[in-house]
Design a protein around this ligand. Structure first.
Ligand code: NAP
Length: 245
């Protein structure tokens, strides 16, 4: 049984836009937090400084199943957040820098690393709760590699038997995003604008499901859900927004 009375969190993907907000919110609530940073991160020292300043500890276990399972068994988190994902731009940048683009595919990262984390967490007793950041529209029948790999990650999580939360937000964006994602930012603004019109015309459910969340809102919602022993299952934007407030 997971002891939610004294929570401890492991954040995989801590360096991402959402991950940073999750670490911040966990520490704001004084939850013991381990922020995972990949060992080959070019910004490892900066991340260490930033997370340490928040009162989190930093772990750099390599992305190998046995090593990750051993770390989880040692740290004994009550909740593991998996907030990982790549983009086509990341893959192109890696290739341009002489790296292997196959290590930055949706299959390798969005599915592969998430599935590895699920398998590692499922080996540990007591089993931690697993919070997976998926995306709106994910279903086994949705077309497109991005949706299909995420549907498989969700299926793996269900099959693992781990207690879990699956979050399916729409765009995650805001003026505080450090990485340059103009398409996402303008796309979110355009969609939010169109959704406001649609909402005014009466389709409020559609507007609420596809409207964007900031990293701060999503971070608060994910931590709130993770620490609520009664919360379980799939949460889309309206429920996430409610938990963030
Ligand atoms: N952004 C959106 O609008 C949106 C909407 C719905 C769902 N989502 C999903 O939510 C997740 C998080 O979104 P976000 O915007 O917070 O992502 P993000 O800022 O791009 O962060 C991605 C995280 O994944 C890690 N990562 C990527 N490739 C890796 C690799 N090869 N090995 C190890 N770690 C790797 C990154 O670590 P490094 O910093 O070390 O690279 C980072 O911590 C993504 O999976 C995304 O698809 C996003």
């Amino acid at each position: 049984m997971t002891d939610q009375a004294t929570p401890k969190a492991l954040v995989l993907g801590a360096t991402g836009y959402t991950g940073q907000e999750v670490v911040r919110e966990l520490r704001r609530r004084q939850v013991a937090t381990v922020a995972h940073v990949r060992p080959d991160s070019a910004r490892l020292a900066a991340w260490r400084d930033r997370f340490t300043a928040l009162g989190a500890t930093v772990d750099t276990t390599p992305w190998e199943e046995a090593a990750l399972a051993a770390m989880i068994a040692q740290e004994k988190p009550t909740v593991v957040f998996a907030l990982l994902g790549t983009t086509r731009k990341r893959k192109k940048m890696l290739a341009a820098g002489g790296g292997d683009p196959q290590t930055a595919t949706y299959e390798a990262v969005d599915y592969g690393l998430t599935a590895l984390a699920i398998r590692a967490a499922a080996q540990v007793d007591p089993a931690p709760r697993f919070v997976y950041l998926s995306a709106v529209g994910v279903s086994p029948t949705a077309k497109g590699e991005y949706y299909q790999v995420r549907a498989r990650a969700e299926a793996d999580l269900l099959a693992s038997g781990l207690p879990h939360i699956i979050a399916r937000p729409s765009f995650i964006t805001g003026p505080d995003r450090e990485d340059d994602r103009p398409a996402e930012r303008f796309g979110a603004a355009a969609i939010d604008g169109a959704l406001a019109v649609i909402g005014a015309l009466g389709a409020a459910k559609l507007r609420d499901r596809f409207s964007s969340l900031t990293g701060g809102e999503l971070g608060r919602a994910l931590v709130e859900l993770a620490l609520d022993p009664g919360a379980s299952g799939v949460f889309e934007t309206p429920a996430l927004r409610q938990r963030a407030s």
